[in-house]
Design a protein around this ligand. Structure first.
Ligand code: SF4
Length: 181
């Protein structure tokens, strides 16, 4: 991406509640089958959404999809909660982050970039996901889960120089936008 476009994007990002961001090369995105194992064994959304595995494809297929893009932009937003161990309270802050993720994605799109946006959790747009009986009802709004693609978020954060956590009582949400022409 040329520096002029990057600077313009960074200026527009100042209007959004983004805490940290970084531009990363595709090769810096760490994939691992182990993440997929955690999804399968520990996440209640496994096998229940087009935004999660196995609906998103194998880790190899996810990696191949990411390889079709030119580069990546990683960022965080935060939300304060009373009790970070309370999943209901924590997940209630997801919608705000996903809205910011769509807004950032649209900054790329309006400059004619192809994009793939990902977020820190499964999709919850529909009360009940159409998976697997029918196709996703909102493919343009749906944002797949970063970990569901097999991406190791703590390592990605470290490589990008972005804090993985921001203290007690603060939920740190990650977003990832892959972009290309
Ligand atoms: S938009 Fe609806 S159908 Fe699509 S992944 Fe999300 S919950 Fe499932």
């Amino acid at each position: 991406m040329d520096n002029t476009i990057r600077t313009e994007l960074e200026e527009e990002l100042r209007e959004l509640p983004v805490i940290q961001y970084a531009w990363v090369a595709k090769a810096e995105i760490p994939f691992s089958e182990k993440v997929r194992t955690i999804c399968k064994e520990e996440c209640p959304r496994y096998g229940k959404s087009w935004a999660c595995p196995p609906g998103v494809g194998t880790v190899g297929e996810c990696r191949a999809i990411c390889d079709e893009f030119e580069g990546a932009f990683v960022f965080t937003t935060v939300a304060e909660v009373q009790d970070i161990m309370n999943m209901e309270e924590t997940l209630a802050t997801r919608d705000g982050h996903e809205e910011v993720t769509r807004e950032i994605r649209d900054l790329f799109r309006k400059r004619s970039f192809r994009t793939l946006a990902m977020s820190g959790d499964s999709c919850a747009i529909c009360p009940e996901c159409a998976y697997p009986a029918g196709p996703c009802r909102h493919p343009d709004r749906m944002i797949p889960c970063i970990e569901g693609f097999g991406i190791v978020v703590p390592l990605l954060a470290q490589r990008a120089g972005i804090a993985f956590e921001n203290g007690g009582g603060v939920v740190t949400w990650f977003g990832l936008i892959l972009y290309g022409r």
